[in-house]
Ligand binder design. Structure first.
Ligand SMILES: NC(=O)c1ccc[n+]([C@@H]2O[C@H](COP(=O)([O-])OP(=O)(O)OC[C@H]3O[C@@H](n4cnc5c(N)ncnc54)[C@H](O)[C@@H]3O)[C@@H](O)[C@H]2O)c1
Length: 252
């Protein structure tokens, strides 16, 4: 295979065992990248999908809890040892549980912050030295359109995803000089195949998220296209941004 947009790029996608991350990882493989999946859950389904679209490269699954500093460091070290470079990091892993604020516990708050913000911080810390040394890097962070909508019953989640945007803006200013861009995507409600059908958003949240869908329900593939573009050389002039992909539900 040659002439593919991400030929031989080394791409790390967190939380790619299922859902949005799975579609993003598969898209990179289709475009020729070496894909590394960092997840706490078994990613064999994604590995099989990747092998089907790109038989040449062996995708790697490295079991990683992104909230643990040692684990994220070890992950980066393993990738450097096997590939010598890390070109793209997609901070996709994220958790969200619906809870009215009055019932929200400090433990639930901390769990969401740990994955959505500590994980983002630790993974970025781990890969940045490689990107700096290469004078090239692309970091793409998953935020949510709930930050524009102020969606109820997700105060902890919305606060964390606004944090993702703050992180993105400030880090972009520090690393532009090394040819590294940092962008966020504010994702709309996406039909991901979650393992438990019973953890789908309730009617309260759906009513808030679906008042004015402009086109059609969103799919993980809708995101994957944008992520692949933001990871490419051609997006060099886009950095520090939060790009909204939700079919026009929120206007940003
Ligand atoms: N699906 C949506 O409607 C939607 C909307 C807006 C934003 N998002 C964002 O998109 C991203 C992916 O969402 P999704 O719906 O595909 O989620 P999902 O729940 O389907 O998948 C999340 C993945 O992250 C992994 N993960 C969780 N904690 C982890 C940890 N500590 N270390 C490593 N991996 C961990 C899980 O094992 C899972 O594979 C998240 O950041 C989410 O906030 C999703």
């Amino acid at each position: 295979m040659s002439g593919l947009r991400h030929e031989d790029k080394v791409v790390v996608v967190t939380g790619a065992a299922i859902g949005n991350g799975q579609a993003i990882a598969t898209q990179f493989a289709r475009e020729g990248a070496h894909v590394i999946i960092a997840d706490i859950a078994d990613a064999s389904e994604t590995l099989a999908m990747i092998e089907a679209v790109h038989p040449k490269h062996q995708p790697q699954y490295i079991e990683t809890d992104i909230t643990k500093e040692e684990a994220t460091r070890a992950l980066a070290q393993t990738i450097r040892a096997s590939h010598g470079q890390i070109d793209v990091l997609v901070n996709n892993a994220g958790v969200y549980d619906e809870e009215p604020f009055e019932l929200l516990t400090f433990a639930e708050w901390k769990k969401v912050m740990a994955v959505n913000l500590d994980g983002l911080f630790l993974m970025t810390k781990a890969v940045l030295p490689s990107m700096k040394a290469q004078n090239f890097g692309r970091i793409i962070n998953m935020s949510s359109n709930t930050i524009w909508l102020g969606t109820p019953y997700l105060v902890h989640y919305v606060a964390s995803k606004m944090g993702v945007v703050g992180f993105t803006r400030a880090l972009a200013s520090e690393v532009a000089q090394y040819g590294i861009t940092v962008n966020a995507i504010t994702v709309g409600l996406t039909a991901t195949q979650r393992p438990n059908g019973d953890d789908q958003p309730s009617g309260n949240i759906l009513a808030h998220l679906y008042p004015s869908v402009a086109y059609r329900p969103e799919t993980p593939e809708d995101l994957a296209e944008l992520v692949a573009f933001l990871a490419s050389e051609k997006s060099a002039m886009i950095t520090g941004q939060a790009i909204n992909v939700d079919g026009g539900v929120a206007r940003h």
